[in-house]
Design a protein around this ligand. Sequence first.
Ligand SMILES: NC(=O)c1ccc[n+]([C@@H]2O[C@H](COP(=O)([O-])OP(=O)(O)OC[C@H]3O[C@@H](n4cnc5c(N)ncnc54)[C@H](OP(=O)(O)O)[C@@H]3O)[C@@H](O)[C@H]2O)c1
Length: 350
Amino acid sequence: MSNNTIAVYGASGFQGALVLAELDRRGGTVILAGRDAEKLESAAAQANLTDAEVRVATVDDGAALVAAFRGADAVINCAGPFTPTGARVVDAAVAAGAHYVDTCGEQLFLHEIYRTRSAAAESAGVTVVPAATDGGVPGDLLARLIADRLGPLAELTSVHRFGGDAAMSRGSIRTMLGVADTMADGGVAYLDGAWRPGPFDQLAPVILPGGTEPVAVGSFPLQEAVSVPRHTSIRNVRGAVEESTRALFATPLTDDMIEALPMGPTAAQRAAGTWTIVLDVVAVDGRRARGVIEGTDTYGTTASIAVEAARRLVADPPAAGVLAPAQAFDPADFLAALTPHGVRWSIDID
Ligand SMILES: NC(=O)c1ccc[n+]([C@@H]2O[C@H](COP(=O)([O-])OP(=O)(O)OC[C@H]3O[C@@H](n4cnc5c(N)ncnc54)[C@H](OP(=O)(O)O)[C@@H]3O)[C@@H](O)[C@H]2O)c1
């Protein structure tokens, strides 16, 4: 799989740097793309990719963006927040005939891309897999593995949990601020076989792994609610986080406060941060299952997932269109590729 060319848009950011490092580790040709030549040159130097091509294009210049992606087999878009500009990067990648993945966690943007970009991707013969992140891929793949064991599903509730003092990058905080309203009302959930906007009914407290007492959880705009119904027969999919996390995300911050923060967590902070996704599932026949998938280092894991996804799209293209992770990749095989990065999963059926 070494003979591929992958363009990274937003290569000058915190997540972009980790994606560049992972691409360098895996081999292949890298193109650094973004809006600022100086920052891109500096990112190339820091990643030891001084021979890599740097291509400058703003999101407002569609022709330049397509030219930036021309010749690439795949694009990894790390330029968040995605809600204001991400669709233009998707369109340019598709127009350039390149597969596309991104590091987006903004649920309504993902929902929009699934709904509106499939026809163009199909015509171009390329595959778009949004949310190639720690929050977007593991839960979707695990949900599919549970459905393979239980058959048609009635309910899935996904709870994402962050631990070990997980620290966020400046870009993540800026992104979350931009979707504060969506986070407050829960985004969209899949209820009675259709996507519906929040606010939603309160969820019952849940006992999370390692705990003995139920903890309060609140609706949250997670990827599984928009991706799982695309590949699995199911009536309801809801996303949630602990209420304490919701409160943290709702903390008001000004631009000045964000700019004063470091660009992102240090390597030690990243390694100390944990993420856990808990999927509580009820099958149509009444059987219940819990799937748990967990790891450390949100940003490092996201780099591994985005690069793994892009390389798989190039090496073994699935159907063209906008696909959920479990439509594009073999779930168990993809998760096995994340084991060396410390990702572990289990499924318990009652
Ligand atoms: N699980 C998840 O959901 C998950 C995990 C990891 C990352 N993420 C997301 O990934 C994104 C990137 O995070 P980060 O920490 O790398 O942020 P960052 O350090 O602020 O980097 C953002 C990058 O995007 C570029 N960019 C931003 N707005 C742009 C625009 N309008 N036009 C062109 N380029 C633009 C920036 O370019 P300049 O350098 O020129 O400013 C920079 O290269 C965030 O949205 C974050 O939420 C999500």
